[in-house]
Design a protein around this ligand. Structure first.
Ligand SMILES: Cc1cc2nc3c(=O)[nH]c(=O)nc-3n(C[C@H](O)[C@H](O)[C@H](O)COP(=O)(O)OP(=O)(O)OC[C@H]3O[C@@H](n4cnc5c(N)ncnc54)[C@H](O)[C@@H]3O)c2cc1C
Length: 459
């Protein structure tokens, strides 16, 4: 079978559907293919949190009480120190949602805009035209092969990035595989509280030092205890059990566990190539501090839909020069800041529990809403040095993290305005990322200290 379309989107979850809807709204013929069944779409985990404001901002229908995806809403998130002190509050309306019904609702919205959705349909291989430019894909639906000819193929297939990783290495977009060192393995423990009358969970509490959080779920007498860690689910679970022993959590009984992963690495240096764009987890677009990805992926989808909408008018094929503004626009809006945070994270979080408690107490890195923009970081660090609140090596880590973060930020803001300058820009960017350190290295050391074995014994 053969289909001809303007846009082919591989992956019909939050990123792919949003981009598909935005392109269809502009009058383009859009086909979305997902290997999952319609019934089970997006079911790799259940409960998802998304700030309410994003729905209106991105023009998507806001989930409301009574809708199948709506579970609850909370207004405050709290960060706590490694010793469970100094709560830092962020006030924001967060929706607690069921993921599969949410994705079904976004699918209905994309269909309303005119997109066609194919389920049980897997990407097999890219197709190129006579000039070696991407011109669609071979898909498989059941036993049948489907050839889709398209001017634009969008990869929104999540971590496998099935299209991006199948392109030739010199096609203009990086083809790296997001492996275990570059993923954050998340284990969600759905629990029932033994004393819900006193321990009811109505806000999200995060212990950043342990990458652990405690949040509301669909059962109001229950909670989700989550943890994320590089390398493997096994290491994440071991880290969680170590955290439980600290005794910060109320008494509970485990109901069930969900496991899934999120990308944890820098995105490709370019999202676009001839007739191609990478979106969402396929482009590693997660927030370095939280691992969350949905609204951050929508930022790129929105910028991209504007540029491709213009570049594809009158039947034009979108060459990468014509859509380069997707890269520059995204980097200005969000990418430079995320790159800075990712580059800083390793050094900024590499300290002892006591030091993390000191940082919370003196609002170094971690701030309450009321403290934002107040106080002078240099003076705080000087005081930490004089009073020995932070060791010389942790202070050194913090200072160099801040230095490398600033350098990465400036370099990203100087992203080339056309593809010509990309090679020179990448050379410098590679050098800066090499200085930023790796969370996976820290995780490997920690795992070795837990087990007494080097990482090679624990694939
Ligand atoms: C446990 C956990 C909790 C999280 N919680 C939050 C949260 O609270 N808030 C938040 O914003 N983010 C959260 N995230 C991150 C968020 O889930 C992801 O960033 C987001 O789902 C990425 O969306 P996506 O559309 O890019 O990819 P995905 O959701 O991974 O969708 C990819 C789709 O592509 C399809 N696909 C894959 N291969 C093929 C193929 N060969 N052919 C056709 N289709 C294919 C898949 O079936 C899938 O439907 C969480 C992540 C995890 C792991």
């Amino acid at each position: 079978m053969k289909i001809n379309t303007d846009v082919l989107v591989i992956g019909g979850c939050t990123a792919g559907l949003y981009f598909a809807g935005l392109m269809a709204k502009q009058g383009y013929k859009v086909v979305v293919a997902d290997r999952s069944s319609q019934e089970r779409i997006g079911d790799r985990y259940n409960i998802i949190h998304i700030a309410r404001e994003h729905f209106a901002f991105f023009g998507l229908p806001e989930p409301r009480q009574g809708d199948p995806e709506y579970v609850a809403k909370f207004e405050r998130s709290i960060l706590r120190s490694a010793l469970n002190n100094w709560p830092k509050n962020t006030r924001n309306s967060i929706l607690v949602l069921r993921r599969t019904p949410l994705i079904k609702r976004i699918a209905a919205w994309a269909k309303e805009q005119g997109a066609e959705l194919l389920y049980d349909t897997a990407f097999e291989k890219p197709v190129f035209n006579g000039e070696g430019r991407l011109s669609g894909a071979v898909l498989r639906k059941g036993g049948e092969e489907l050839l889709v000819e398209s001017r634009l193929t969008a990869d929104a297939s999540g971590i496998p990035a099935v299209v991006r990783t199948s392109l030739p290495p010199d096609y203009g977009v990086e083809t790296f595989v997001t492996g275990p060192r570059d993923q954050f393995y998340v284990v969600l423990h759905y629990v029932n509280l033994k004393h819900p009358e006193k321990d009811k969970v109505e806000v999200n509490t995060t212990w950043t030092h342990y990458k652990t959080w405690f949040a509301p779920q669909h059962n109001s007498n229950g909670a989700i205890m989550g943890i994320g860690a590089n390398l493997s689910f096994d290491y994440a679970e071991r880290s969680f059990q170590r955290f439980v022993k600290k005794g910060f959590l109320p008494e509970y009984e485990l109901d069930h566990i969900e496991q899934s992963s999120t990308p944890y690495r820098r995105p490709p240096y370019s999202f676009v190539a001839h007739g191609f764009i990478a979106l969402g987890d396929a482009a590693c677009l997660t927030n370095p501090w939280s691992g969350e990805g949905v609204p951050y992926a929508w930022v790129l989808c929105k910028a991209a839909a504007g540029e491709y909408g213009r570049a594809m008018q009158n039947g034009a094929y979108p060459v990468r020069e014509a859509v380069w503004q997707v890269n520059t626009g995204y980097i200005k809006e969000q990418g430079a800041l995320f790159a800075k945070n990712l580059a800083m994270l390793c050094g900024a979080t590499n300290c002892t529990e006591k030091e993390n408690d000191y940082e919370f107490k003196h609002s170094i890195i971690y701030e309450d809403d009321d403290e934002k923009g107040k106080g002078n970081l240099i003076l705080k660090l000087l005081w930490a040095f004089i009073t020995r609140g932070l060791s010389a090596s942790s202070l050194g880590n913090l200072m160099s993290a801040s230095g490398i973060g600033e350098k990465v930020y400036k370099h990203y803001l100087a992203y080339p305005s056309d593809p010509e300058g990309l090679d020179a820009w990448i050379k410098k960017a590679d050098g800066l990322w090499a200085q930023a350190g790796s969370m996976a290295d820290l995780a490997e050391k920690d795992l070795a200290s837990m087990t007494g074995h080097p990482m090679t014994d624990h694939p």
